[in-house]
Every structure is written in structure tokens, then in C-alpha cells.
Ligand binder design. Sequence first.
Ligand code: HEM
Length: 508
Amino acid sequence: MFLTGAFPAISVATYCLLGVALTLCFIFYFRRPGKLPPGPWRLPLLGNAHQLPSKTPWTVFGQWAKTYGNIIHVDLFGQSIILVNSQKIAFDLMDKRSTNYSDRPIIPIAAMSQVGDTFALQSYNDSWRRQRKMIAQEFTAAGVSRFQSLQEREWRLQVKRILHNPDTIFSEIKLRAGVIAIRALYGYYVRTPNDPMLSNPIEVIREFSRLSTPQTGLAFRFLPRWTPGVTFFKEALDYERLHVAATVAPYEWCKTNLETPKVLVPNVCCDIWEKNSVLDQDGHKQVYNALSSALGGGLDSNASSALTFFMTMILHPEVQQKAQMELDTIIGFDRLPDINDQSRLPYVRAVLAETLRFMPPIPLCIPHALKEDDIYEGYFLPKGAWVIPNIWNMLRDPIVYSDPMTFNPDRYKGDDKAMEQVKNLVFGFGRRGCPGRLFAENSLFVLIATTLATCNISPGLDENGKQVLPNGNYTSGTISFPEPFKITINPRSTNTDALLAEVHELYE
Ligand code: HEM
């Protein structure tokens, strides 16, 4: 039977179902033990989907904080999302209440592909614990020191290459970050940017960065995969294939060549095998997913910070000069700086901290999720809600960082505690905090110190020979990069060439 007249032809059964659904929503709303945090007005079904920005959302969420406060609730097609804009709230929730806030939400692209089995994206469960332990044990201070000479050589090579061809700076930085990560994790030495051992994971990360934003996929999560016209499902399928290839190939290579000198040691994969001598099929799966998480973490995030460093140096010659004075006085001209020099170079350490503050590579972190309902300052935060810490906004809080939009390493006044505060935000929160932090810091330090000891950086030139400054804009997506810029790089002293000439590719 159909109702007709002013209404479209809809069956009575449909009206009944709608009525039940509305009543359930009503009951659910009033069953809540508190009100949700404030947020922009939402539409039925869509929620705030129409207001979520696709470009640099961290800046818009920061603006929202001025209207709604530092804890905001938005709704995306029925999914609750809590935006956290202040460091106090972030630590209150994700550090102090970490038992409840260490879950990951079900990110649609992860649920639709095996990337969801890598611990970076897994729920807070036993598989996560097992994989995380494998990686955390390898990336302790002692663990990362095994890779110092690798990091020093590769970043020096990077400087040598871009001195000859500054236009390759973007591709060269990605190549070096990849060479270091793949060599350290699997004992494999990448020789060209086209090697699929490198190009596949880079593509995986690029696609993940694009497909994992809350706006992408959440709308389609209740639809069957065969729904016509939804490109997301096809993209998810392609992504799955790519992810499996990128994850399994280096692992299998290491397994096949284990007894040969091709596998360079030490490496994380062999160390994990040694510690877990008997591995069944599931055990192997856990190891390659753990390694894949670490590879995902080690590529683009480091490359993003390296590019931010070069961009800010173009804009701040006075910072270069000050760091160079420190390097010249402490290190001199007879050798290149190395990772062990960190404790002696406070200003270079400040340049590193300021680079991370100025643009955290993962500005909205990886979302956490609530395992159980919670109340915070009278607000109800529902089980399963995504928690998105706006790290970018926290690092631009004018109460903590005066004149926050300016790149200024002097703001730390040499105080390592203040620099540490920055890193405690940039590398994430609580039990989910980045396990690769020490490794990443070593890489960035040696890159910054080597570059400043050996090069002068200035703006690139356009086709008319006129200087062009970087526009300072950043790409959107989970990992953010400076938009392409031109750069001029000149050697600082005659000795520079001689010192860098000593540095060679592993197989040169
Ligand atoms: C500048 C470089 C890096 C930055 C800024 C960075 C930042 C982050 C952030 C913000 C998170 C999310 C933390 C959270 O959910 O609260 C994270 C997680 C992670 N990072 Fe990094 N990271 C960097 C380099 C690395 C490196 C070199 C590795 C290699 C081991 C790595 C491996 C991981 C892994 C495996 C996770 C997931 C942890 C988990 O879910 O338990 N990262 N990182």
C-alpha cells in the first residue's frame, strides 16, 4: 500500500521504519550522560560534511577554535569526531587517559585493504602490542646508534648531489630518506629512484595520505563495494594491490637472500628474526606488517621536515649565518659534523626544533579513537569517536610561542626542555607516540648540520634571472609538504668540495 497526495509515493512500511529510526536517534541523544562539545551546526545525515575543508584543514580547525573552543565536536555522516586544538587537552586525554584513547578509528581505506593489519593503523589490541614491541625494541637509543654512519653518509651524499643540481632537491630528499629507511629495515640498498622497492612504498604513502582523510571514504562506508559510480572502491582495490606489493617484496627479498652478502647488516628485519627464531605463517605476517609500518613512518615524514628546513633557510639567511658561526667554531673546517656532535651544537638543535614546530609533517597526527564513553570537563565523548589532535595549531599557540608564525630558533634561548616540548607534540601522544622518533631526529640533525656547514642557501632564479621566494604554502593530506620551490645552493669554502668528495655511494 502507498501513501499518495502531497507526499511522494512511499510505502507505509518505509514511514514506519523512518519513525523507528528517528525515535532511536531521539532516545540515543537523551540517553547521553552529558552534552557533546560545541561545534558548527550540522545537517541531518550529512552532519558537518559540507563544512569540512579539503585544503589544509588544520588552519580551518584552528579558526574554529576561536569560535567553539579548544575541544570541538563535528559529525561526518553519523561519525563523531572530536577535534582537539590545545596541548593541555591533548595530553589530558591521550597521555593521562591513554588506556581509553589509544585505539585507532576504523579508517575506511585501512578497513578495505591489508594496510589495516599494520600496527600504525590497528586497534589497540594484542597484534598491535606484538608488532609495536618488535619495532620499539629496535629503535631505542642504542638501536638507532647502529645506523648513524648510514644516516651520515646518505645525507652527505644528498648535499653533494644538490650542490651539483639544486633542481633535484625534492626527488633527492625522497630518495635519501628511502635509501636510509629500506637499508636499515631490510638490509637492501636502493640505487635508483625507479627501483620498485622504493617507488612502490612512496606511491603507497602518497595514496594513503590522499585516501585516508576523514572526508574520503566515510561517506561510502555503509555502501556495498559494487555500488556504481563510486570511484573510491576502485581506488581502494588498486591501493590494496600496491600495498601488498610494497610490503611483501622487501621482506621476501631479505628472506631469500639471507645467507648471501647481498643482505646488509645490521638490519631490523634480521634482528627481529633472530629474536623470534620460530615464526609460523602468522608470525611472518606480523613481522612484515611491523616493518611496513616503520617504512611508512620513515619515508615522507622525514622528507617533509627536510624540505621545510631548506624552505625556511631560503627565507632566513640570518639563521643560516648564526648556525654556521656555531658550526665553524665548534667543528672547524677539517671534518664534517656528525650525529655525535648534537650535544655540542645548541643552535643547530634549535634550528631542528623550530623546523618541526614551524610545520609538523603530520599536522593532524594519526587519529586516535575512544574505546569507551568518557566525560571530559562536563562534555560527553562517545565510544568510537575519532580524536584528531591539531598539532599544527598547538604549535602556533601565541600564549606558548610568541609571534608563532615567525621562524625563530632563538625563541628557545638554548633551553632543551622548550625544544623537547615541541617534539613531544610533533611525534604524537601516549602509547601511540612515534616509535621512530630518535631515528628521525638523528637523520634531521645530520642533514641540517651537514648542509649548513658546507652550503649557503638562497632563493632560486626564474627564467629571467630574478630571485623567486617560496610561496610558503603546504600540500593537504595526512602528510604535508611545502609546495615546490626553487633554490640556489653554493659551497661555503674550498674545503667543502674536498670533504664531500670523500663521500661515496655504497656501490660507487
Ligand atoms: C620527522 C619524522 C617523523 C614524524 C614527525 C613522525 C610523527 C609521527 C606521528 C605524529 C605519529 C602518530 C602518533 C599518534 O598517533 O599519536 C607517528 C606514528 C608512527 N611513526 Fe612516526 N614520525 C616520524 C618518523 C618516523 C620514523 C623514522 C619511523 C620509523 C620507525 C616512524 C614510525 C612510526 C610508526 C610505526 C607509527 C605508528 C605508531 C602506533 O600506532 O603505535 N616514524 N609518527
